[in-house]
Design a protein. Structure first.
Length: 255
């Protein structure tokens, strides 16, 4: 709520795609480390993230994030806390842990977690969690607004034009001329070759798309299974701890 009020005037004057967006998001690291807080910055179509804990952490305060839209109360608290403690750092010396170019990425909400979403780059998927549902919505809107600025490539543009096959059929044309075939027969032969090539190419593209979708689905399922196991494990540990505490209290109260 605090971040929304503080940035309301900025949002009215500037569209999300023109702003520098920043704030804390939780990134899924691996099975051992689980979710870790990172400071994310969205600028010029690139989403960069930095560590805010440990020796490689960056300092975040009102000075470093001046002119940016900050999402999340936890993000605002971190900024004000560092500012109050007098922590200073130049944004020019920051070194990002990683970055994602939105032009070639897709954004998807999690169906099982109302705070989670993911960004797929074509080669890897970044799993993220916001503090609350509202913050997730704010991040997704900002990311999508920036992504929409880039022109979309149509299916027809993805397919290579047939004209670029002219060089590859030139040798065949010369050979057929040497064999004494007329122009009509040569053109028919070239067209048959082009049609067969394009048919095979389309089949390969379709198989590649299916493979990418399948691999993406498998990765998502693996992550969801691990997250579910961790959640259930935490719940079971809490239940066992509560039962043990109850048992101790009962034994103590016995005469």
């Amino acid at each position: 709520m605090a971040s929304t009020l503080a940035l309301a005037s900025v949002q009215r004057q500037t569209s999300p795609s023109d702003l520098i967006i920043c704030g804390i998001l939780y990134k899924w690291v691996n099975y051992g480390k689980g979710w870790r807080a990172r400071w994310f910055v969205l600028q010029d179509g690139v989403l960069s993230f930095f560590k805010i804990h440990g020796p490689d952490k960056i300092v975040v305060n009102q000075e470093t994030e001046k002119g940016s839209r900050v999402i999340g109360e936890e993000s605002m608290k971190l900024m004000f806390c560092n500012h109050k403690n007098g922590s200073h750092s130049s944004s020019k010396t920051r070194k990002a842990v990683g970055e994602i170019h939105l032009k070639v990425s897709s954004i998807r909400e999690s169906k099982s977690d109302d705070k989670g979403f993911s960004i797929y780059t074509g080669t890897k998927r970044l799993h993220l969690r916001a503090e609350c549902r509202e913050d997730r919505m704010a991040w997704i809107e900002a990311l999508q607004a920036v992504k929409d600025k880039f022109p979309r490539i149509s299916n027809s543009e993805l397919m290579a034009p047939v004209d670029n096959l002219a060089v590859s059929t030139e040798k065949m044309r010369q050979r057929l001329l040497e064999e004494g075939l007329n122009e009509v027969a040569i053109q028919e032969s070239e067209q048959i070759m082009k049609d067969e090539f394009m048919s095979m190419r389309n089949q390969l593209l379709l198989l590649k798309q299916k493979q990418c979708l399948l691999m993406d689905t498998v990765r998502q399922l693996e992550v969801h299974v691990v997250i579910r196991r961790i959640t259930l494990g935490s719940q079971n540990s809490s239940s066992v701890s509560s039962l043990n505490n109850s048992a101790r209290q009962s034994s103590i109260s016995l005469p």
